[in-house]
Each structure stands twice: as C-alpha cells, then as structure tokens.
Design a protein around this ligand. Sequence first.
Ligand code: F6P
Length: 551
Amino acid sequence: MSHERRTSVLADHADRLAGTHLRELLKDAARGNQLRHRVGPILLDLSRQKLDAAALEALGAHVEASGWQAARDAMFAGAPINTSEQRAVLHTALRANGSSLPSPAPAEVLKEIDGALRRIDALVHAVGLGDASAFGIAPGITDVVNIGIGGSDLGPRLAVRALAPYHVPGLRSHFLTNVDGQSAYELMQQLDPKRTLVVVVSKTFTTQETLLNGNVMRDWISRAYGGDASAVSRHFLAVSANVAAAEKWGVPAAQVYPMWDFVGGRFSLWSAVGLSLALAVGSYHFHALLKGAALIDDHFRMAPWQENLPVLLSLVEVWNRNVHGRASRAVVPYADLLTDLTSYLQQLEMESLGKQVTARGAAVAQATSPVVWGSVGTNAQHAYFQSLHQGTDVVPLEFIGVVKPAHHLAENHDALLSNLLAQAAALALGKTFDEALAEATLGTEEERRVLAAQRTFPGDRPSTVLLLDALTPETLGALIALYEHKVFMLGHLWDINAFDQWGVELGKSIARQILPALDGSAPDTTAFDSATRALIEVIHQRRQAQGEHER
Ligand code: F6P
C-alpha cells in the first residue's frame, strides 16, 4: 500500500471516530487491554487517546510496512544513519553493559565505552572518599559546577534534580548554562573558588556560551590562587570529543573525559556527559540509570509493535500530529523532581524532529515535530489548564505520575495523584451543556443558559498517562530511553534524519557577525538588515545615555 493510501486509511479512521466522544469509547473497559502496557516499572496508558482497535491496527499496519525493525537494528549495530554527518548513532552502546542481550555495536566502540566508564567510576569513587588528587583534583571539593548547554546540560540537569533523594552527602551540584552573566555572577557570590570543581562539558569545545562561562570561572578561580595556573587546573575537568581544544583551553589531557562522534549531544547523558550526575549520586546509582535505559533498549529490540512502548508512543504522535493536525503537545509531570523533564524533551524531540526535508533533501510528506511544552502539575493546572479544557485548540497532553514518592507525606502525594487522574478524566469526559445547566440553579432561565454555556467542557481531549512505580535511577533511565526510541521511530516514520541539527547554525553565525558591532571592535553595521541595524543603534544610544563606564 502506498504512503498516500495508508495516510488516507488513517484519515478514514479519524473521520469514523469523529462522531464518537471519548466518553463513549471509555465505556469499553476492555480497550485498556490494547492501550495499556507495562515494561518493568513503567505503565503506559493510551486509553484516553482518540483511538479504537481498528484505528490502532491501521497505525500498526503503517509501522509494519515501514521496515522499522531493520532501521532499528541498523542503529543498534552502528550503521551511519546520521547521513548528513556520516556518523553512527550509538548512544545505546553506552548502556550495553546493562543489557541482557548481546550488543551488536562494534567491539572497538564497546571497548572504548567500557574504558571511559571505568575512568568515571574510579574518579567518582575517589571524590567520594574525599581524595581525588590522583585524578588531578584539588582536595576539599564541596561544590561541582557543570558548565554546558543543550545536550551538555539538559540531561545531567534533569537527572541530578530528579535523583535528589540519591545524592551523596557533602557535595552540591550546580549548572551554569546561559551566556547571561547573571548566573555566573550569582554562583561566584555563593561558592568558594578553592572548594569548587568545574566540569566543562562540550562535545565540540567550540560552543560560545560554554567557553565564555568557562573563562569566567577560570578567572575567578585563578584570582583565588594569585594566578597560579597549576593550582587552577586542579579545579577543572572537561568532557569533550575535542580533547585537543579542551587541553588548549587549559584542562590537562588526563582530566578530559571522552565523548564521541557516534553519540549525539542530546543522547549523551549515558556517557561522561553524565559526570556531574555520577558525582552527585555515585557510581552505583549511575550504573542503575544505565541499566534502566538498557531495559528499554532490550524491550525496543524484542517486543512486537502491539506491546512496544516506544513504537506505540510514536504511533500516537503520528495519529495526533499527522492525522489530527495537532501542532503541539504538553508534557506535564506530576513530580517536582521531574521539573526539568519538559525542557529536556524540548531539545530531544524538537532538535531531532524539527525538520522539513528528508535525508535526501526532498520536502517531507507530512508535518514533523509538534511544539513540546509544559511544566509540573499541579502548578500547571492553575496557569494554563483553563485553555486546555475550554480553549479552541485541542492540545494532546502527556501526564507523568509516580506511584511511590521519595518522601513520607502521603496526604500530599494522594492529592497530587488524584489531581493527575482528575485532569486526564476531565479532559476526556468533559461536561455537557445539560449537565452544566442542571448545576446552575440561580437566575432566570436565560441567565442559567448563559452561565451553563460557559461552564460546559467539550471533553474529547486526548491524553497519555505514564505511571512510574517510583522515581529511581532505573526508572528515570527507562523513561528517558523510552523517549529516545520514540524519537528514533518518528525520525524513521517521517523519513527525516533525527540526529543532526543544522537548524541551529544560522543564528549562531549571525550572532558571531553582530558581536563586533556591539563590543565596538567593528562598529560598521551597514552589512546588517534594517531591523538589526536599528536595534544595535538603540543599544548603543541607551548605553551612552546610561554612561558607558557602567559596563
Ligand atoms: O546548538 C545546538 C547544539 O549543537 C546541541 O546540539 C548541543 O547539544 C549543544 O549545542 C551543545 O554543544 P556542545 O556540547 O558541542 O557544546
């Protein structure tokens, strides 16, 4: 069946279901058998998606016709599927140790990864014992600052916060990301330079934000040692695929931990990019995270599409994005510990899937990445849920809940979970005009009807629930790997390269051209467009008005 024919079959199913409210679909309790699946500590509940058995079968036929198993196996085996950069995509090899299946990744890659993991373990062990001098590190470290951006920040940031209950005592973690000097300034106010270990994470070691922040921290530590370079270097580690650049910048080679071209930045938490996390939670928990991810790798490799969580998640995205035209998806974790999940997923999904041409340069046949957004519940309920319930756009939601909290405040936790369940139910079921009218008891008939119209909820709004048994290193690893493989599947189904990110380059190069016009080293702005020129002019004028000496 051609792509067009399959797409029109899916559209026919959507049309057929258009007249059946989710309230009706949910009367069939048996739909849970097909739409609710568990892998280890994660339950995926798709029963509130606007699907039935026949529509799901059609989606299954779509994925089965796509050759997804061969594409998946090629990734695991290290084929150069990132074709625009001629690179393999082997983040799964980083956690192959935890897998119960033999890894098809090249043996030399597995060996290198093993070597890097051993180095990380040894370092973390030494820091834990309070003496990492053999690793070039100063004694008495109390604070670790991870400097990095994008994939060199979001994964470790998410995991360090999510696993706060597992932190080793005596070591605090900080993240320095934005080039806005405010964050560096605040950190320097707060920390003792002689007790701070800075981990500069940059795959390329060319990223402007990271290098600028690195320079600021290096100057700060250098001042504390009166400029003694050998003392300063004892406060720095680097993680990079560009060892030469890290060394040139000032980190001794023995203190540079590896990254590789075969691991994309946004897929790199499992490598030395996770060093800040490993330092925060210790090696045992870091390996547990890898094991959790490997559990999903094995599941992704073995399960048929009907039970394969990443495949099902990708099919639901195809359903909502391509068949129903939903332009965004909200991710709402009901767990403060998962505060950073949404921004992590923004990069993972939108940098991977925000593409408009195929790997062969042709226009894509369908819409690609939706906008991913969201924040933690219940806070989100008191901010934008009004619009999700009664606004004119339908936004599919993803709720993430945790059954067992990491604290003893059971009353809070029951309230939290009841809100999650209530929101998913309210979005699906809604409230009819007649139900709202029956509740309106005051006023004239006309007044009651006006009020009821405003208190009607259309419902029929789709959501997914992911329920974790507990937020442990294993479940966090499994959750992230689940999303990684969903992204892989969508790249495959949408026929795009999910592993490059050319779209971030243009703005970077224009910023490089604008910088000299702002710092005064090349004030000629005639090459810029009129809007950019005007704003540069305003900045200069306002600076003059404020007195340049304040800069
Ligand atoms: O600008 C996008 C990006 O290249 C991301 O893909 C990457 O995660 C981030 O910048 C940081 O890059 P690096 O690790 O090379 O500093």
